[in-house]
Design a protein around this ligand. Structure first.
Ligand SMILES: Nc1ncnc2c1ncn2[C@@H]1O[C@H](COP(=O)(O)OP(=O)(O)OP(=O)(O)O)[C@@H](O)[C@H]1O
Ligand SMILES: [Mg+2]
Length: 230
């Protein structure tokens, strides 16, 4: 589904990623972990083309997408929910979903209903400006928006960051349900226990390199805890 090989990227002359390789097989949920500043968001932004790769490749669904624009990648089925749950604050919840629908490859209105089934808490809020929602509700909207494009792969950057525990549980349940439908996911998650519950496989970054990767069962032990300790 997604194959990242030897990916390199950075900001100006500052290199941040040094040859990262990650694979997400169809239907699998892979968790990217690592301390603050190791390059998790930079990795996701480079996978989506928000940031150009200076080396290596990104292959999605058998197609080399390394040089494609972000919107072209979205149309191929790569859904992205960036860190910090960005929404269009002046637009209503429905407006946010419709803008994404209009930019999607399929433009099928049914996709909005499907996304709202995953996040029913948004249903009574459809007319409210997105900027008036709580952080947790905005995160749910940001995820619903990505779902409207009917992605084959959903890429999520810290969906539980700064969100109150009751909403974290809802978001976790939504991720579980989406995973159960066979949607492949690449998830950046700081909470080890949540990662252990959700992930099939994991990648731990350290200073822009893969320090450790493997199956979820291996996400234990001193070595792993040392890499994740703040
Ligand atoms: N726009 C930018 N310009 C310059 N440097 C940046 C920029 N964004 C990130 N960096 C630097 O790149 C490195 C990796 O940052 P990145 O945001 O990818 O880390 P992260 O693992 O996602 O961290 P966090 O857990 O805090 O979200 C850091 O040293 C950061 O300071
Ligand atoms: Mg980040």
């Amino acid at each position: 589904m997604l194959s990242v090989e030897g990916l390199e990227a950075g900001y100006g002359r500052a290199r941040v990623l040094f040859g990262i390789s990650v694979t997400v097989e169809a239907g699998r949920l892979v968790c990217v972990m690592g301390r603050n500043g190791v390059g998790k968001t930079t990795l996701l932004n480079t996978i989506m083309g928000v940031l150009p790769a200076t080396g290596g490749s990104v292959t999605f669904d058998g197609k080399d997408v390394t040089r494609l624009r972000p919107d072209e990648r979205v149309r191929l089925g790569m859904g992205y929910v960036p860190q910090g749950h960005e929404t269009f604050p002046q637009l209503s919840v429905m407006g946010n979903l419709m803008v994404t629908l209009e930019a999607s490859a399929h433009r099928d209105q049914g996709a909005v209903e499907e996304a709202l089934e995953v996040f029913p808490r948004l249903k009574p809020l459809l007319k409210r400006p997105a900027g008036f929602l709580s952080g947790g509700q905005q995160q749910q909207l940001a995820m619903a928006r990505a779902l409207v494009t009917r992605p084959k792969l959903l890429i999520l950057d810290e969906p539980t960051e700064g969100i109150q525990p009751s909403i974290i549980m809802e978001i976790e349940e939504a991720i579980e349900r989406l995973h159960a439908t066979g949607l492949a996911m690449l998830l950046v998650e700081q909470y080890l226990d949540l990662a252990l519950r959700l992930a099939d496989g994991f990648v731990i970054l350290d200073a822009g390199r893969v320090a450790h990767s493997g199956a979820a069962e291996e996400l234990h032990g001193e070595h792993v805890h040392r890499l994740l300790a703040v």
